[in-house]
Every structure is written in C-alpha cells, then in structure tokens.
Write a new protein. Structure first.
Ligand code: GLA
Length: 398
C-alpha cells in the first residue's frame, strides 16, 4: 500500500485555505496497531499498542459567531452546525457521520465547561476505516488537539484522550475503552506503550526494530467490520456479567473488573460459569498475563517469546472471545507458518480488519508473496500488506 501524498496535515491545510481561509492551527493524530492486549482495556487491564505512520490531519481557524463549518477532504463534503443547537446525526442518514465525531468532541468540551466559539475546520486522513487501526480515535484526538490549541483550553494529552473516549461512549454510542485515544495522544516514535488501563499509567518500551532486523507488517484482510458497534457493546456487557458472577462465586467484593481476578481464582470456579461467559473471561484474564509476559520478554530481547504470545493471543481471540472471522484466521495461520515470522495475530476490535505480524526484515519479500498468494487462492480476496513505523502521538503546528 503506497503512502498517499501529500500528508493529511498538508492536505487539510490546503483544503482549509481553499474552503475557508488561512488556518490558525494545524494538528495531527495517528492511528494505532495493537501489538498485544486485545479487549482488555475496558476490563481495567493492560494493552501494548504503538502509534502508526497513518494519521488524521486538521487545519482550523476561529470564527466570531457560534457556527461550526467543516470540510472533509477525504469525503469531499461540507457539513455545519450551530454550537447552541446540534444533535447526533442518526445512523443510516444521508448526511456525513464523520460529522458526528466533531459534534461528539464539541459536546464533551461544552459539557466540561469550556466556552467555545464557532470555528472552521478542514480534515483529511489516511488511516483505513473499519480496519481495526483506530481511524475514529485518530479523528477525535486530532480534533481535540486542534481545539485545545485554538481555544487555549489547557488540557493535557491524557485529558484529551479521556475526552475523546467520552465522545465515543456518550455521543457516538460505542462503549470503547481508552486504548486507542491514549496511544493516539501519547504514542512515541520507535516505541510501543504499555498502558495500565486502570491507573492510566503509561510506559514507553523501545522496539529497536531496525537494530533487531525486524518489521511490523500489517496485513489488511479487505474485510470491513459490519455491525461492530453492537457486537462490541455485547462483548463488553458479557465481561460485566462475568465480573458480577465471579465476584459472587469467589465471595470477594474487591473484584471490580476482570483485571482483579487471578488465573488461579478463575480456574477454581470456572466450571460454574455459563460456557460463553467462561470463555470471554478466560480470554481477558489470560490476555492480561500475556501482555505482562510479552513486555518482559521484549525488554529482555526475547522476541521469539513475544511472537509466541502474539500467536496465543490470536487463538484466544478466535476461540474464547469469538471476535475473529475466517479471513483473519486464515491470514494469521498463513503468516504463522511462513519463514521469518515471529508472531501474527488479529489486531483491534475484530470482526474484520487487519492482522499484525512481527517479521524478520530479510523475509519480508517472500512473506508478502507467499501469504498474499495463498490468501487470494483460499479466500478469493485480495489482502494488502504494509510495513508500518511506530510513530509519535498527536501534535500541533501553528
Ligand atoms: C477497539 C476499542 C478499544 C479496544 C479494542 C479491542 O479498538 O476502541 O478500546 O477495546 O477495540 O482491544
């Protein structure tokens, strides 16, 4: 997949000049690839994502009235609303649903007591949508980063991430966790971030990919997720159900989330749980362990162990959390058998999208050919591969 030129931030700036006039602020925020730790964030657990070199760029200028005027360079469409009277655009409506992300972040800023004025913004992005690479978090964080600078709101990157998550939870209606917004806001070049999703403590861990002769390759299955929002929310509800039951079975009131249940405790009472709930909880509890063990292995330079944990994560997401699809299973198993591949797994929410692969640089060309050809033959679809860089998080340019 060639990197589209110009960069989104430049495209947004150009569009802003053309549609509205010179921008006062430019901001960008990246998508992410999660290396390990899936569906653990909303269970107060651990995740280990990296920001990627695909991003959403925004160019913005103030108005003196209460009107918000928007232009999406990606969709080549305009949209506008009044700060004092706006609502969520209903799903399936003709109008732009990307506009909901802007309305959502404006709503949470107003609710948080920030006295905004109207503004004009052009937006452009190159994070593939519905691919599990957090295009929506990148959009929210880019918009919030720009508004924070334009109106001098004084919010930290972490606070902006939390506001983005709130916009998605309360306004857009997806009960996502904090991983995507946090890594988009705080990512660091050549690092992945170990995030404790309870305390929101983050620890950048160097990947040293070049030095290690490794690459992070993303394989896009070409399958776009369908009714992901309702399936996602359903998984979250199942995890909450598991917490209620485990708390009772273990008689331990201090259990607030699946994060608080040890593997030993879980094993002691697992057979008392309904099958589905047992499987969901088993995934989350074991995945948290894999994140911690994986980061330790990476820090010790034991990449083979890290890769094995990635493979196990895929199995667990497929069999226990039930969020994979046959095309992602095929891509992961083809990759896991290919020479020079340390680990492969689906990344993101699932139900479509991409796999993430840790591959020796010297094997990339054969990896590309063998996996893409076999995928075409066996699924009748085209996958695309690109090698991504671990990038910095959101930033502004005046
Ligand atoms: C989506 C959500 C995240 C996280 C992942 C699964 O990307 O937005 O909060 O739950 O799915 O790990």
């Amino acid at each position: 997949m060639p990197h589209p030129k110009p960069r989104p931030i430049e495209a947004a700036q150009e569009a802003c000049r053309r549609e509205f006039g010179s921008p006062e602020i430019r901001a960008q925020a990246p998508g992410r690839v999660n290396l390990i730790g899936e569906h653990t964030d909303y269970n107060d657990g651990f995740v280990f994502p990296a920001a990627i070199d695909r991003e959403v760029g925004v160019a913005m200028r103030r108005r003196t009235d209460r009107l918000v005027r928007l232009y999406s360079e990606t969709y080549r469409r305009h949209d506008e609303f009044d700060l004092d009277a706006f609502a969520r655009i209903p799903p399936g409506s003709d109008a732009s649903t990307w506009g909901n992300y802007v309305r959502g972040v404006v709503r949470v800023l107003l609710d948080a007591g920030h006295p905004l004025l109207g503004f004009e913004a052009a937006i452009s992005g190159n994070v593939p949508e519905g691919a599990g690479l957090s295009s929506s978090a990148a959009f929210e964080v880019a918009m919030l980063t720009a508004l924070n600078a334009l109106f001098d709101l004084g919010r930290s990157a972490k606070e902006l991430a939390l506001l983005g998550q709130r916009a998605e939870n309360e306004f857009v209606g997806v009960a996502c966790g904090i991983m995507d917004q946090l890594i988009s806001a705080l990512g660091r070049r050549d690092h992945a971030l170990l995030i404790d999703c309870r305390s929101l403590e983050t620890r950048p861990v160097p990947l040293r990919l070049k030095e290690r002769g490794l690459a992070i390759a993303i394989l896009d299955s070409g399958m776009r997720r369908g009714l992901v929002d309702s399936k996602f929310n359903a998984r979250r509800a199942e995890c909450e159900d598991a917490v209620r039951r485990l708390k009772q079975l273990l008689g331990r009131d201090a259990i607030r989330a699946l994060r608080d249940v040890t593997p030993l405790e879980f094993n002691a009472v697992a057979r008392e749980l309904p099958d589905d709930i047992r499987a969901r909880a088993r995934h989350v509890i074991s995945e948290n362990e894999r994140v911690i063990r994986g980061v330790e292995a990476l820090e010790e330079g034991n990449l083979a162990v890290f890769g094995k944990l990635m493979n196990q994560s895929h199995q667990s997401l497929k069999n226990d959390f039930n969020v994979s699809i046959p095309q992602l299973d095929l891509l992961a198993s083809l990759a896991q058998k290919a020479p020079g591949v340390l680990g492969a797994r689906m990344t993101g929410a699932g139900f479509g999208g991409c796999t993430v692969n840790l591959v020796e640089v010297g094997s990339l060309a054969t990896f590309r050919d063998t996996v893409l050809n076999a995928y075409r033959e066996r699924s009748g679809r085209e996958a695309t591969l690109w090698v991504c860089e671990a990038a910095d998080g959101a930033s502004t340019l005046a």
